[in-house]
Design a protein around this ligand. Structure first.
Ligand code: COA
Length: 702
């Protein structure tokens, strides 16, 4: 045994076994590539060694390049260690279990043979980090599977199962779970004497065929979706695959390298790397006892079979957790179950699910008619109508039936968690689990801390969210919690800019150009203008200082409620969701502005963008000041997964750091002068601006 600390080398039955041992995921950190090269040199110089096995220790093969090392100089890149495998005089067998991603798969592609366990997951996720494979992966994969399949895999970054990899010819053989190392050594012995070595780089069948394919160029370009085309990395993937077809291997690798270098330090890649780590950071709970290992939620109950409750039930069933659904009325329950069945039926129709999978999942969702039936569940999520009396009643009943230690969660989006916790004798077990609509689609799960929620409850709720495939982020209890509270000023400013002369279609276009899938007005039409209208009415009744939003109020009063009335901020044709700008909306806005006597002016796109986002940055800083979020980067994760903020811009705070905290503060202070109280600069923002610090690094103050 020897080599670098993260690579072990030993000879077993005349096979040189190279084991990557770099916890937690065997990323290609410092020393790993060097260790592989050294081991190959030793084995090739050792007459007692016939072949090699490359294998990962722990839970996977190799999860890819060490994301922390991007943007820094690497003494030895994957291109070099992959070439060393390729050049080995003795065959190398990749033995894959768990993840073989990015540089991990690139190493495997350089091996002469690949075997995998049934559960292995393979992919080239580089585009999700704003780059392309830079270790010869684009060239080898194209030679192995042809340009169409290669581009699909590289430009989407998707993972494939071992089975799919086998069908595509990426994996030579699937071996049973259990003794992968033993199987790999036997496999290596079986191929040790075979010559010539089957090197992927020498394969020419696919590229020769592709050169004669007149439709190829167009087909490849068309295969990039509209979203991918706007980003640099998928476009570079297309170029790299084209190069693999038109050039020889070494030339292709050169082109790949040049493309990679251009991307590595571009803003897009920096933002995407940041998002990757921000998501992982969000899962860390300050003050959580290290020794506490949260038990998984193995059974759940949802109270309220409305749209949210049904969506949440689907989340559990989708990951194989049995869930009971309870509603106040038998009709409500049946309607809810019907909606769940319809949601699944649509998935089957779209072929994202088979009928058998649908049946399996439906069998996990149990409608029940009494609280007594849910007492034994590990977690319960209340999702009834947002009325405080109803919520209190539910928590009273939960108190009576739930087993000790059950997680008592509420999906409320605004009501103070403490009020609900106060209805029970176990406020430590109560927290918010705020899903975003549609609950079975949106990734964000905002876990809300009540004043008395125990840290263990928060850790358990965060884990439950993760187990549901969500991104859990913790917020404190306050009006709107952290996600919606930070977005509310954006919506307010959008509405107020209308009074000053901007139009919905102009504002929406600015946000779509920025990278959002839809602008705020198109979103409002989708969810219905009446929803926020009702909330505003309730709030205005409770708060004399509440700012009236005249334009949207007028719209609702005129019956323009959005898509459902085929008229909102846009007009819609029957059965069509395409928004069309509407002269009537222009007239309504002009009328309101006249009544208010608001002077009219024009807006530049830049002013619109800053006005919307700076308002939210300022509020996010106030949220941190109040201790209602742990970190600036948590706000970013909420925006990425709750509101469709463009991932290649990192997140709200990361984007604002690009502008500079100092400039954000200067502008907020200026608008404070012009527009008054709602733009009062946050103390924390002023402090960060004063020291030229970074908003994304801000921490909870209270
Ligand atoms: N480089 C550096 N660190 C990595 C890493 C990588 N490629 N992949 C994972 N990690 C770290 C994570 O930051 C996390 O560290 P932390 O515990 O200190 O926060 C830890 O490994 C576990 O990762 P996590 O994502 O929480 O585990 P998981 O089991 O949910 O998922 C993976 C495992 C491998 C699927 C996932 O981490 C992943 O997709 N990694 C990136 C893979 C990639 O893009 N590789 C190509 C790079 S070119």
């Amino acid at each position: 045994m020897s080599e670098t600390q993260s690579v072990r080398y030993e000879v077993v039955d005349k096979i040189g076994v190279i084991t990557i041992d770099n916890p937690p995921v065997n990323a290609l950190g410092p020393g790993v590539r060097e260790g592989i090269i050294e081991a190959l040199e030793r084995g090739n110089g050792d007459a007692g060694v016939e072949a090699f096995v490359l294998i990962g220790s722990g839970r996977n093969f190799i999860a890819g390049a060490d994301v922390r090392q991007f943007g820094k100089t690497r003494p030895v890149g994957t291109r070099v260690s992959a070439a060393a495998i390729d050049d080995s005089a003795k065959p190398v067998v990749a033995a894959i279990h768990g993840y073989a991603l990015g540089g991990g798969l690139e190493h495997a592609l350089a091996c002469h043979y690949r075997i995998a366990t049934p559960g292995a997951r393979l992919g080239l996720p580089e585009v999700t980090l704003g780059i392309i494979p830079g270790g010869g992966g684009t060239q080898r994969l194209t030679r192995l599977v042809g340009p169409r399949v290669a581009l699909d895999l590289i430009a989407s970054g998707r993972q494939m199962s071992a089975d799919e990899a086998r069908r595509l010819g990426i994996v030579d053989e699937i071996v049973p779970d259990g003794d992968l190392r033993g199987a790999a050594v036997r496999y290596a012995k079986g191929v040790a004497a075979r010559r010539p070595l089957p090197r992927v780089r020498d394969r020419t069948d696919h590229v020769l065929e592709a050169r004669g394919d007149a439709d190829l160029a167009e087909a490849l370009a068309a295969s990039l979706g509209a979203k991918a085309r706007k980003l640099q990395a998928p476009r570079a993937a297309l170029e790299a695959v084209r190069a693999a077809v038109s050039s020889d291997f070494d030339e292709g690798v050169q082109i790949e390298q040049q493309l990679f270098e251009k991307l590595e330090n571009a803003d897009e890649a920096k933002a995407l790397r940041y998002a990757f780590f921000a998501e992982r950071e969000a899962g860390k709970i300050p003050g959580a006892p290290e020794s506490f290992k949260p038990p998984p939620v193995k059974s759940a109950a949802v109270i309220g079979a409305g749209t949210m409750g049904g969506g949440i039930a689907i989340c559990f069933a989708d990951v194989g957790i049995p869930v009971k659904v309870l509603d106040a009325t038998a009709e409500g329950l049946e309607r809810g179950m019907q909606r769940i069945r319809e949601t699944y039926a649509v998935r089957v129709k779209r072929k994202s699910l088979t009928q058998a999978q649908m049946d399996e999942r439906l069998a996990l969702i149990h409608p029940v008619d009494s609280y007594d039936a849910i007492g034994d569940c590990d977690a319960v999520i209340e999702a009834v109508f947002e009325r405080i009396d109803l919520k209190k009643d539910v928590f009273n009943r939960l108190e009576a039936v739930m087993k000790p230690g059950a997680l008592l969660l509420t999906n409320s989006s605004a009501i103070d968690i403490n009020v609900m916790a106060g209805e029970t004798s176990r406020p430590q077990d109560v927290a918010g689990a705020h899903f975003f609509a549609p609950a079975n689609v949106m990734k964000l799960c905002e876990i809300v801390r009540g004043d008395q929620s125990s840290i263990e409850t928060i850790v358990r709720a965060v884990k439950m969210g993760r187990d549901l495939g969500k991104i859990s982020v913790v917020a404190g209890t306050c009006d709107g919690f952290a996600a919606n509270r930070s977005r509310a000023p954006l919506v307010t400013e959008a509405m107020l800019m209308l009074e000053e002369g901007a139009l919905p279609e102009q504002i929406d276009k600015v946000m779509v150009d920025f990278g959002y899938p839809m602008g705020p007005f198109a979103v409002s039409d989708l969810s219905g203008l009446d929803v926020s209208y009702d909330t505003r009415k309730r709030r205005a009744a409770a708060d004399p200082n509440f700012r009236k939003l005249h334009v949207p109020d007028r719209m609702v009063e005129l019956g323009r409620k959005g898509q459902k009335t085929r008229a909102g901020w846009y007009r819609y044709e029957e059965g069509d969701r395409t928004p069309h700008p509407d002269e009537a909306v222009k007239r309504i806005i002009a009328e309101v502005a006249r009544e208010l006597g608001t002077p009219q002016r024009s807006f530049t796109d830049e002013e619109i963008l800053k006005r919307l986002l700076f308002a939210s940055v300022n509020e996010a800083c106030k949220i941190l000041e109040d201790g209602k979020a742990y970190r600036g980067s948590d706000i970013d994760v909420m925006w990425l997964h709750g509101f469709g903020f463009p991932r290649h811009r990192g997140g709200l705070m990361f984007w604002a750091d690009g502008v500079g905290a100092r400039e954000v503060h200067r502008q907020v202070a200026e608008w404070h002068e012009r527009y008054g109280r709602r733009w009062t600069p946050s103390r924390l923002l002023a402090e960060i601006a004063g020291r030229d610090g970074q908003l994304r690094d801000a921490r909870a103050q209270a």
